[in-house]
Design a protein around this ligand. Structure first.
Ligand SMILES: Cc1ncc(COP(=O)(O)O)c(C=O)c1O
Length: 407
């Protein structure tokens, strides 16, 4: 893969006509080591966010993966020998269950219904070595992206399922997902309280507690509290849970491990007032900048750039003919940005590449490696003066109130 010092160096030498992903493996390595050092349990990587980083994570010591499909299982198996994989999708295809168990040695499966339990038992010939994770429904109100509508079981049904699974599985786990881009540690505290109540009332002993993903990344309009506060809250809540001393605590971050690992270089094709028509959009790598309204950190890579150029707010249109291909922002860029200029859009290591479509024929993107720092960081990878330049200028910055302190 081609290597450059930075996105700016790439533009200077190549002047690319197509969107280019700039991968920062070192940023993923830092995030992974941070989690492995600070999280008081096992860290799994949610492969769905970006399989390109599977090897990078394995090199950093992370060898346990949350997979959601056979394609992800094949990807991990091909790249990381002896990886442990946990099939945490609560509704699986029968053939996928069979192949995961018999061809790839997967033993951990999530479920949220008795029908899924039957499926798993049928397809594994009632295997006696399964670790089965019951997905409990929890509140997603502290997250920017709710994932609560589709999966999870609660109340009496949950207690009945826990009881049943305890009898057939070698290991019994509980998992939940409190949403993506969780903005307050309270999300984990509340979810763990809910799970504790459910376990107590069902009278089972659990072997695993998987608290899912959801750990935040830094965006100009969403300034999460420091990651350590999430870890502290999780440790405190876990210590109060009615679980045995041997119960393993797991988490499955996606965004928090890889978001800082890629940015996207796009070209301005046209300017109409404060609207920039760029060569990638919501049907390409910028899905979350569309309807979900994420405001990514941006910087101009234009040659004319000099310190102190006045910044103003822009919205973007992507390259397709669809008017939904619109990104409101605001994205703060130099006031004189014009056709032919390049823009670097940061924090796109998670979900972006995976969500690209071929709509209107705009399916082409390249990938290079760069060695400079990300535009924003939860792990101190950006000099604070540079980070301030991206965050302090954003009118949308939302400080988070936590225990009376503002972050
Ligand atoms: C089961 C499961 N685990 C982990 C994740 C990763 O979430 P995040 O990227 O918010 O950490 C997801 C995301 O959808 C998920 O569905």
């Amino acid at each position: 893969m081609p290597k450059h010092l930075s996105a700016r160096a790439l533009v200077r030498t190549r002047r690319p006509e197509f969107p280019v992903y700039c991968l920062r493996h070192h940023a993923v390595d830092t995030a992974s080591r941070w989690f492995q050092q600070h999280f008081p349990g096992r860290v799994l990587f949610a492969v769905k966010t970006n399989p390109l980083f599977v090897q990078t994570l394995a090199k950093s010591g992370l060898r346990h993966f949350d997979v959601a499909s056979i394609a992800e299982i094949e990807e991990v198996a091909a790249n990381v020998p002896n990886a442990r994989m946990s099939f945490m999708h609560p509704v699986k295809n029968r053939d996928a269950i069979r192949r995961a168990y018999f061809d790839f040695g997967v033993r951990d499966f999530a479920l949220d219904s008795e029908e899924e339990l039957k499926k798993i038992l049928d397809e594994t010939n009632c295997a006696k070595d399964l670790n089965l994770f019951v997905r409990i429904a929890v509140n997603n109100r502290h997250s920017r992206m709710s994932l609560s509508g589709k999966f999870g079981i609660s109340g009496r049904e949950a207690r009945r399922l826990l009881f049943k699974v305890r009898q057939v599985g070698r290991g019994l786990g509980v998992c939940f997902h409190a949403g993506s881009q969780i903005m307050h540690p309270r999300a984990y505290v509340e979810a763990m309280k809910r799970v504790a109540k459910c376990i107590r009332r069902s009278g089972v002993i659990i072997d695993y507690l998987d608290i899912g993903g959801g750990f935040p990344s830094a965006y100009p309009h969403l300034a999460p509290p420091p990651m350590q506060l999430f870890i502290d809250a999780i440790i405190e809540s876990f210590n109060e849970m009615p679980v045995s001393e041997t119960c393993e605590l797991w988490c499955e971050p996606g965004r928090a491990l890889v978001a800082e690992g890629a940015s996207l270089v796009v070209k301005v094709e046209h300017r109409k007032g404060n609207l920039l028509y760029i060569n990638d959009g919501v049907f390409g790598g910028l899905f979350d900048a569309g309807q979900p309204g994420f405001i990514y950190p941006v910087r101009s890579l234009s040659e004319k750039e000099s310190a102190g150029r006045e910044l103003t707010e822009f919205s973007f249109f992507g390259p397709t003919c669809d008017s939904m291909d619109f990104m409101q922002g605001p994205f703060l860029l130099p006031i004189d940005v014009s056709e032919g200029d390049y823009i670097e859009i940061g924090s796109l290591g998670a979900y972006s590449l995976q969500l690209r479509t071929q709509f209107n024929g705009f399916n082409y993107s390249e990938t290079v490696e760069v060695s400079d720092g990300p535009l924003l960081s939860m792990y101190g990878l950006v000099e604070s003066s540079k980070m301030d330049a991206v965050t302090a200028t954003s009118p949308e910055l939302v400080p988070i109130e936590l225990s009376g302190e503002t972050y």
